[in-house]
Write a protein that binds this ligand. Structure first.
Ligand SMILES: [Zn+2]
Length: 385
């Protein structure tokens, strides 16, 4: 590649659902997902729900392997140009038609240490054959057909082991890690450290999903997470919500390249994984109730100023958490080290979902943007480093 030419940059949304998950749009098909990915400028999107037998069958029928990238694309006979979409938008991104990555989410509910744990985890497979063999093992632990996001009594550590044993290129990311009721660090459901949850397999965790209610700045307050990449995704239950949060990568689009970029602890920017693309956590749902006064005192003020913007999408709250609270784990050493800022060692792209801020969206403007409450400017670059 010509050294003078910048690396191509693309956005990937790695947490999506199909119509087989509860509370999702009944219209969600691979064609609809691809069409909305085009509208939102996503080069890569998760398939969602590959553990569901009917959805997996549909994936096999409508997608075809893209040999160049190791990902999947819509079969030619399955058009992604859908007449019911609100705007005539190009169904293609700069990198060609959107590519699918096999992705599923599993809700594990189990007892550990005398407490009931409820943790959601994301699972990724390199191809349909690996997905099939993973599901054959997984179905011994519960009914995969009941929900696109199956509820299983499987310990998160054992689920991770199953993923690692399925294929060397399969990977695992704990989902929306601060959701109070259903996540790794959830105050009502989770654990106080990665090690407590994953034990001997903790080193296999290389990325964490911040979720919609937290952003990288918040997560980087806790230095014990520094060994992990922070990703963020839409967790979309409809085409409209696709890409509301996503991840920025640089370089050629490929399954292996993406995996290596996520695993590389040294890379902070192009040419690898660049940063999550987050919108601002909403103050009302994300109450800072941490145990460390030093940390609380250092909270950035801007999220409060911009809180209204995040409420906008589709004229209703885009948040999955109506009564959430941000509770730190009972981590005794949690405090802001001297000289460390919320931005230490990371960069990310905060945004608001309006046309001015979204790179390529011809979708209807959310209400906040229409009424002029658009985020006035990105976070100052000087604060981010
Ligand atoms: Zn979830």
């Amino acid at each position: 590649m010509n050294a003078d030419r910048p690396m191509p940059i693309f956005r990937a949304d790695l947490h999506v659902h199909s119509r087989y998950s509860r509370a999702t749009s009944p219209r969600l098909s691979t064609a609809l997902l691809a069409a909305w990915a085009g509208i939102k400028g996503l080069a890569v999107l998760g398939t969602g729900d590959f553990t569901h037998p009917q959805w997996r069958k549909e994936l096999a029928q409508t997608l075809v392997r893209d040999e160049a990238s190791g990902l999947y694309r819509l079969r030619e006979e399955v058009s992604s140009v859908l007449p019911e979409l609100p705007a005539p938008s190009p169904p293609e991104t700069e990198t060609g038609s959107p590519l699918f990555l096999l992705q599923g989410e599993i809700s594990s509910i189990y007892k550990r240490g005398g407490k009931t744990r409820r943790v959601h985890n994301l699972v990724f497979m390199p191809h349909l054959e690996a997905a099939e063999s993973f599901c054959r093992r997984l179905e011994a632990t519960g009914n995969l057909a009941a929900d696109g996001r199956p509820i299983l009594g499987l310990d998160s550590r054992d689920l991770l082991e199953m993923v690692l044993e399925t294929h060397p290129a399969a990977f695992f990311i704990p989902a929306h890690i601060w959701t109070p009721w259903f996540s790794l660090f959830g105050s009502k459901s989770g654990f106080d450290s990665l090690e407590e949850c994953f034990g001997d397999l903790t080193p296999a965790i290389f990325a964490l999903e911040t979720g919609l209610s937290s952003d990288p700045a918040m997560n980087r307050l806790w230095s014990r997470l520094d060994s992990c990449r922070l990703v963020s995704n839409s967790d979309a239950h409809s085409g409209e919500n696709l890409g509301r949060e996503a991840n920025v990568f640089a370089g050629a689009v490929s399954y292996q390249g993406k995996l290596e970029a996520l695993k590389d602890p040294a890379a902070q920017g192009p040419p690898a994984f660049s940063a999550p693309w987050n919108f601002t956590p909403r103050k009302g749902n994300t109450t800072w109730t941490g145990t460390a006064p030093a940390t609380s005192a250092s909270l950035p003020r801007k999220p409060a100023l911009l809180a209204g913007v995040a409420l906008s999408a589709a004229n209703r709250s885009p948040w999955g958490y109506s009564t959430g609270s941000w509770n730190w784990p009972t981590e005794p050493s949690l405090s802001m080290p001297p000289g460390r800022t919320p931005w230490a060692g990371m960069a990310f792209f905060p945004w608001c979902p309006c046309r001015n801020c979204s790179p390529k969206s011809s979708a209807p403007l959310p209400r906040a943007a229409r009424s002029g409450q658009c985020m006035p400017e990105p976070w100052p670059a000087s604060d981010r480093n």
